[in-house]
Write a new protein. Sequence first.
Length: 285
Amino acid sequence: MKVLETHFVKVIETPIRLQEYAVGIFKTTSTKSSLKKAIKKGVVKVNGKTATTALHINEGDTIELFQLEEKAQKKHFNFTLEVLFEDDYLAIIYKPAGILVSGNSFATIDNALMQNLQKSTSPNTTRPRPVHRLDYPTSGLLLIGKTTESIIVLNQLFEKKEIQKTYHAICIGKMERNGEINFPIDDKKASTSFEVIQSIESPRFAFLNLVKLQPKTGRKHQLRKHLFSIGNPILGDKEYFLENKVLKGKGLFLHASTLTFTHPFSDKKITITKELPKKFKKIFP
């Protein structure tokens, strides 16, 4: 392993736990969560020994952060991705519906990135990684970090809610023209604003609505759960649905259409939009 950063503990009155003391001392693990992950991966050493979260730090200690060596993949997932934006720091790609972003499966977006993106010329280049998730049945824009620093900074932008995501969905049933859904998910605050762009009558579903969605929080399955909670589930959703109102064989009608944020390294405003899939246009031409 290669040393990324070193910190020398100068003056400290009483011993303090590593996971409390070390927050913010390294640029590449500036948050508490990222530091905790680094310690669990065994890439933090104190006085030359692998550290634990329970270890206490004393005056005169040396804390080192190491770069975890990437295991060479024997096989690459040969899958062509549409790249809508790319520079030395980050990329935005289109994730089709029906593929995992990451995980234990071989056929993931994560495993296809190396073949689709150019290697960064930055000194802290690393294997490109997705910095957020989209559900398996959801299509749309996915933000990718290409350097160690950009992955950390982009995660921080998400935590600070400085990256705006816009989705489009087709929902079932009669809806208000616009509104905000504030319904806790897993006992945590969750908020989504919605706007109905167009509605049509449907013999089977009474009404179908093309809806613009902007999540203000990022809970798991938030949009799907929120729309189901107001009685307007997303068309094709097999997990959150009304009885006898499940459309089978067409997939989930949920699409991550726009990403808007300030580029953390160039300070330029980035707005990337991906048009709605063909199955949306068949219902709303």
